[in-house]
Design a protein around this ligand. Structure first.
Ligand SMILES: *[C@@H]1O[C@H](CO)[C@@H](O)[C@H](O)[C@H]1NC(C)=O
Ligand SMILES: *[C@@H]1O[C@H](CO)[C@@H](O)[C@H](O)[C@H]1NC(C)=O
Ligand SMILES: *[C@@H]1O[C@H](CO)[C@@H](O)[C@H](O)[C@H]1NC(C)=O
Length: 355
């Protein structure tokens, strides 16, 4: 072929860019903050009973157990797949080198918005601790990209998701044998206290360059097998669901406030309760765990090395708290592409990443 070197190179480069655009994820990076619903191995190295790096956890995950509190993929994995990433986002504890440019998963089982939350389980990384880890990541990104300005530009383009608060109820407010919060605050005061603290943390995240942020509301904790066992005889525990609803309603208001007050901020709300209520009807077992669960401290996790139920796709819950992969596929799918006007607010993740 007769062509000058320069033109040949251009053809080559343009062709390659097109290939990259076709296969590239919709955002260059995805950062994940949360608890055991997203933890993908950060707790493996912590001294805690909130660990999931043993079978039957991971029974359906390629390569087996990783620390995910699920038989297979968790909701952050499902969202990363919808975004077009060709591998899951690495947990903070093992991510290194150029990998961190794709994002990091900071999730930690047992953690909450309040630092004290989950302390009876052992070590965990609270939302505040996860933000400190994010600062470490940011300085590494600055080093890789050569300066702070490029790091900020990169961080502005990423997607962020935060799912926090379940443990502030399960492993704090509704555990009066270990925590005083329910004696100090009524449910409305407690929800306000959590939202106030959450708001401070989310504003810090914004100050670290986050613009597109997905906030997961809390699920119906009062319908989880764990709470049903503690409150025998009820289909769901109404006072727990009412308390969680107060939090969720305030969280939706917080989304509006952050979008109005922070220039360029695009926060969205995922209606976890609404999605799980409507998807529950599609499963044969919506309030029984698939695996045999433990008792005592750390109660409700799968007993190590015991065979789980064979028909995992028929269960909403894998252990007494955590959804099965089958439930995560639906939840993550509807957070990404909402199926009705209630699923996400004001837009779904697919819409958010296009903004
Ligand atoms: C980059 O940011 C860090 C911390 O925010 C700061 O200490 C450092 O001086 C900054 N470097 C440059 C070149 O601006
Ligand atoms: C709860 O309150 C009691 C009595 O006021 C106090 O002794 C205890 O340290 C408190 N526990 C926690 C976890 O704050
Ligand atoms: C969540 O979805 C349900 C219906 O699925 C709806 O009734 C409820 O109002 C929604 N909640 C919020 C806070 O948008």
């Amino acid at each position: 072929m007769a062509c000058g070197l320069k033109i040949c190179l251009m053809v080559f480069v343009v062709g390659n860019i097109e290939a990259l655009v076709d296969g590239a994820p919709q955002v260059p990076c995805y950062f994940i903050f949360g608890d055991s619903l997203v933890d993908s191995g950060n707790n493996n190295v912590l001294e805690t009973v909130a660990k999931a790096n043993n079978l039957p956890y991971g029974v359906d995950f390629p390569g087996g157990p990783t620390g995910r509190f699920c038989n297979g993929r968790n909701i952050a994995d499902i969202i990363a797949e919808h975004l077009g990433f060709d591998s899951h986002i690495q947990p903070f504890v093992i991510a290194q080198g150029q990998d961190i440019l794709n994002g990091i998963n900071y999730g930690s089982g047992g953690s909450g918005i309040l630092d004290e939350t989950g302390q009876q389980l052992g070590a965990r990384i609270s939302l505040g601790g996860q933000l400190e880890n994010h600062q470490t990541t940011i300085s590494k990104i600055s080093t890789i990209l050569g300066n702070n300005q490029s790091a900020i530009e990169h961080l502005n383009k990423c997607l962020y998701s935060v799912g926090m608060g379940s443990n502030d109820y399960i492993n704090n407010y509704f555990m009066p044998e270990h925590y005083n919060t329910s004696r100090q605050h009524n449910p409305n005061q407690y929800a306000s206290l959590l939202i106030q603290q959450y708001s401070l943390r989310l504003r810090a995240l914004y100050n670290y360059g986050a613009r597109k942020v997905v906030l997961f509301a809390l699920g119906l904790i009062g319908c989880a097998p764990y709470e049903l066992k503690r409150n025998i005889g009820l289909p769901c525990v109404p006072h727990i669901n009412l308390a969680v609803n107060l939090f969720n309603n305030k969280l939706k208001v917080l989304v509006d406030n952050l979008n109005q007050q922070l220039a360029g901020a695009k926060f969205i709300y995922v209606n976890t309760t609404g999605i799980s209520t409507t998807m529950g009807f599609g499963f044969r077992f919506s309030n029984a765990p698939c695996c045999t669960v433990s008792t005592g401290i750390g109660e409700g996790q799968c007993l190590s090395q015991q065979d789980p139920c064979p028909n995992r796709n028929e269960y909403v819950f894998f252990d007494a708290f955590h959804p099965t992969e089958a439930a995560n596929v639906i939840m993550g799918g509807r957070a990404y592409t909402s199926q009705n006007p209630f699923d996400t607010y004001p837009v779904d993740i697919r819409g958010l990443v296009q903004l």
